[in-house]
Design a binder for this molecule. Structure first.
Ligand SMILES: Cc1cc2nc3c(=O)[nH]c(=O)nc-3n(C[C@H](O)[C@H](O)[C@H](O)COP(=O)(O)OP(=O)(O)OC[C@H]3O[C@@H](n4cnc5c(N)ncnc54)[C@H](O)[C@@H]3O)c2cc1C
Length: 481
């Protein structure tokens, strides 16, 4: 993509310095616009950031953030700001049962020999001890039904109902759907729309080994974005931190927006509002009255938050050689061995993640840490001999928005009711659940909308990875519902 011609250099204010706002801002700066990125906090990253935790004196991520090979727009954003090499990729996933029995899932490879998608991980799945024969048959049947893109797009069923109709076994429900899929979508199975679950299944398990490979940052999340400010400044833009946006007004005569922040006023030709739905809802009454604003308000009201908790533990010794694992049949779901995953981390730092569990989120700090430690010892016996040096609990009550049946009608596109104002944020219409990829996509879509309005349309959205192997032959016709 080349820069826009000099005569059309315009200014744009991006409100919100999360992944959505940063992606939009950097893409537009590259396209030749003068961008000011405005963020209420003193640092960039939004929900996907890191900070110095005062209780433990360590920089920790808000929570472990995982991406996948299919997250092409997030990777595109990382490439644009030059940090794509800070992501560590792995295709292996270890599932552990209480007592320690392990099952390794991942693509089959023997020398140069690989299996074509969707069979690439079939051998490890068939050997997995975590699932019995009936579980594997049930899972195979369900995956086949979800294989075809578009097959379930119009379904208004919840994942829970669909799984019951497809006779999933207790093992498949508890160890796969409730754990892996429900935690990827961060909601209970009865609160997930089938098309979103089918999308996750295709992208992570069927389309290709590359699409399903898992990425984790080697550095604390906020370090990833250190290049955003210089990137924008080099292209004539700026970043304004500690600037809560309170209102915005449109001047028909000048064709400009005035944005009022707690620290002063800004003007620009365009605005991208890249906020989570509840912050957008708070800003809405402070935008000009416009037909269509009520509809947006009603859409926002339909959204609901889901929590994610993370427990951060520092031991006096290593409790496992694994970098990460899925922990079965207990309240804690994921283990990340941060001392191995992040470069330059000293000590023995383990992060545990509990998704979509309101009961765990309601626990007090000491209760949550005690429960996590007790459960961790069931998977890694070395915990019993190790000394816990320090611990922190991070509860994110508003971590993600849910994707229940019918939610798509409540996800607006980047086009807003106001002139020259566009919407971004993970919750806008991207087809993706509440993820960094959805945020990056929304930012790129809003940036494309700005360029089109200027009359210089360009492609900013990064293309999806193409399905491989037999998955190439899947078309968008209906199969089974
Ligand atoms: C605990 C947790 C775990 C997660 N795990 C994963 C994961 O593993 N993988 C994954 O892909 N996603 C994960 N997510 C989801 C992911 O973090 C979000 O989908 C994504 O970061 C959303 O980005 P965003 O830019 O849309 O919104 P945000 O990150 O919320 O950014 C919005 C920004 O706007 C700012 N803001 C708000 N109001 C104003 C205002 N009035 N004026 C100025 N600025 C304002 C906020 O401070 C914030 O920086 C997780 C989220 C959480 C919380």
């Amino acid at each position: 993509m080349s820069g826009l011609s000099q005569k059309s250099v315009r200014t744009v204010t991006v409100i919100g310095g999360g992944v959505a706002g940063m992606s939009a801002a950097c893409a537009l700066a590259e396209a030749g616009l003068r961008v000011q990125l405005v963020e209420q906090r003193g640092y960039l990253g939004g929900r996907a950031s890191s900070y110095l935790h005062p209780g433990v004196g360590e920089v920790i991520d808000n929570c472990q953030h995982v991406l996948f090979g299919c997250c092409t727009n997030l990777v595109g954003f990382y490439r644009r700001i030059g940090v794509a090499d800070k992501i560590y990729w792995t295709s292996e996933m270890t599932m552990i049962e209480p007592g320690g029995r392990r099952s390794r899932l991942g693509p089959f490879q023997m020398g140069p020999l690989r299996l074509p998608a969707p069979l690439h991980s079939a051998p490890s799945f068939l050997c997995a001890k975590a699932f019995n024969f009936q579980d594997k048959l049930a899972l195979g049947r369900a995956m086949r039904a979800m294989m075809q893109p578009g097959a379930l797009n119009d379904s208004q069923e919840s994942l829970g109902d669909w799984l019951r109709r497809h006779k999933q076994t207790e093992g498949a429900l508890n160890r796969f759907w409730r754990l892996v899929i429900a935690s990827a979508l961060n909601a209970e199975i009865d609160e997930i729309a089938v098309p979103y679950a089918a999308k996750v299944i295709r992208e992570l398990f069927l389309n290709s080994a590359e699409a399903g490979s898992m990425g984790m940052s080697r550095v604390p999340l906020s370090e990833l974005y250190a290049g955003v400010t210089p990137y924008l400044e080099k292209r004539g833009g700026s970043v304004l931190l500690n600037a809560h946006v309170e209102s915005a007004a449109w001047d028909e005569e000048t064709g400009q927006w005035t944005i009022i922040t707690r620290t002063g006023e800004l003007t620009s030709d365009f605005v991208i509002v890249a906020l989570p739905f509840e912050a957008m809802g708070k800003l809405l009454p402070h935008l000009p009255r416009e037909e269509g604003a009520e509809k947006l308000a009603r859409q926002i009201e339909k959204h609901e938050h889901w929590p994610i908790c993370s427990v951060h533990l520092w031991f006096d010794r290593e409790i496992t050689e694994l970098e990460h694992a899925v922990l079965l049949d207990r309240e804690i779901h994921w283990m990340y061995n941060q001392s191995r995953l992040q470069t330059g981390r000293g000590g023995h730092y383990i992060e545990l993640v509990v998704s979509a569990t309101r009961a765990f989120a309601a626990l007090k700090r000491d209760e949550a840490i005690a429960q996590a430690l007790c459960e961790l010892a069931e998977f890694f016996p070395r915990v019993k001999d190790a000394k816990l040096e320090k611990a922190a609990l991070v509860k994110e009550v508003r971590a993600t928005f849910g994707v229940p049946p019918g939610i798509d009608a409540a996800r607006p596109t980047s086009v807003s009711p106001w002139p020259n104002l566009f919407l971004a944020g993970d919750w806008v219409q991207t087809g993706w659940p509440s993820t960094m990829e959805s945020a990056a996509r929304s930012g790129h879509l809003a940036a494309e909308a700005v360029c089109s309005t200027i009359g210089e349309p360009c492609t900013i959205l990064d293309a999806d990875l193409k399905p491989r192997g037999f998955m190439r032959f899947m078309n968008s016709g209906k199969m089974e519902s």
